[in-house]
Each structure stands twice: as structure tokens, then as C-alpha cells.
Design a protein around this ligand. Sequence first.
Ligand code: SF4
Length: 261
Amino acid sequence: MINQLCVLVNNTLPNILTKISDDNWYHQRGLYINPIKYYTMSSLLLDIYHKMLDAYGPQYWWPAESKFEMMVGAILTQSASWRNVEIAISNLKSSNSLSPYKIRNIPDKELARLIYSTGYYNAKALKLKSLSQYIKSQFDDDINNMKHVELEKLRKGLLGVYGIGEETADDILLYALEKPVFVIDSYTKRLIDRLDLSPEENNYSNYSALFTENLPDDIKLFQEYHALIVRHAKETCKKNPICKSCCISQICPTGNGIINM
Ligand code: SF4
């Protein structure tokens, strides 16, 4: 729908655009969106971002005292609430275990006990050990060395670590290593689908490209945008969305009843 409107606008005589540039003109004619305002995907995505930022404020992600803590959090949050991740991180800190060296050397069972609150604790203990081994073997235990590696090479390396998939790798790349990737999770997919912006092929890289190819190459923007989507999905665009109080309802075809969930 959005793409069709973009074509419509690009083919419309510029001198009539100013006459019909207000939202009401479109709403009265049954269109849920004013294509003059959103004649590019970039302007639409930026408007969604600013509306969410106005509604929720900055999210201050990723909450952590070190880059390694961010990486550990990215693994522990798999299928776990952030509250339970905080308990595990707190256990790791109080036992003085939150470093690649300590994680490698702590017994598996003890590590699993410390991160018990996050679920799948035996598997996650192995994942943390694999990540710590990777940091040792490839970067001499110095996370600062990771930052200088080219993005695609680093992403490939992370994806080769046991238990790190695309979402976790991108969490680590974006928040701990400040690389320009866009994290796609189930919340982001749900929002994009409800906004009727889904890529033709439903795969991780196409969803991610929707953002990276249409937004300025701005790491802070990517960090804040993802955090805002998570907040929005948890509070408003839930499984059963609360469209009436949604900050982007005016530009959402689901909220306007144009497409069904
Ligand atoms: S209008 Fe409804 S479906 Fe659309 S983004 Fe808002 S909460 Fe989600």
C-alpha cells in the first residue's frame, strides 16, 4: 500500500500537492495515510520513530556497566524477561564472574546455577562459555579489539559462536560494539507487519534492510529505534493491540481497520 502511494505521488503533478497536503483531505477520502507527507519510506520510518520517541521518551538502552555485560545480557535475554536477566547478571557480579576469563574458568554447573533465573540455564552456560572462548581466541580477551574489525567479518564470526543467532549477534554488534545494524525481533516483525510494510520475502535480512536502507546510517538512531519498538510492542502494540491509545494509529492500516491482523 505504501509503495503504491509512493508511485502515485511520484506520478502526480507537483503543483497540486500543496493543495492536498493535509491529513484530513486523505482521511475524508478513506485513505489512512497522507502520501504527500510520506513520499519516501525514509520519511515514513522517521515519522514513526519520532512519534514513538515523543510518546515514550528515550529508553537508555542497553543498560549495562560494560560491553561484556551487554554481550552476556544479549545471550541471557533469549526467551527470558529482562527482570530475570537482571537477577542473573547480579549473581554473576556478586560472585565476581562477569569477565570472559572468569566465565571460561567457572565450572559449568556453577555458571548454570548463577544464571538459573533466565531459563535454559545449562544451554546458556555453554553459550556464555563459547562466547568467552571466541573473545579469547580471536581478540586476546580484549573487547576493544573487536571494534576495529569490519562489520561483516565480525558478524560472521559471532554467528559461528554456539548459541548466537542473528538477533543476538545484532544486539551485540549494535549495542556493545556500536556497529550500524538493525536488530529484528518478534516485536519488530509484528509492528512492521501491522503497518503493512513487510518485505516480500519474510526473512531476517529483508526486515533489517527495510531500516538500514531507508534510515540515515546513524548508530544512535538504530539503538533508540529498536528500544522504542520493544517498548511500544510491550505496552501498546501487544498481541492484542491497544490501537485507541497508539501514538502511530493515524498511519497504521491495522489501527484503521484497513488490514486485519
Ligand atoms: S495502531 Fe494498533 S496495530 Fe497499529 S501500531 Fe498501533 S497498536 Fe499496533
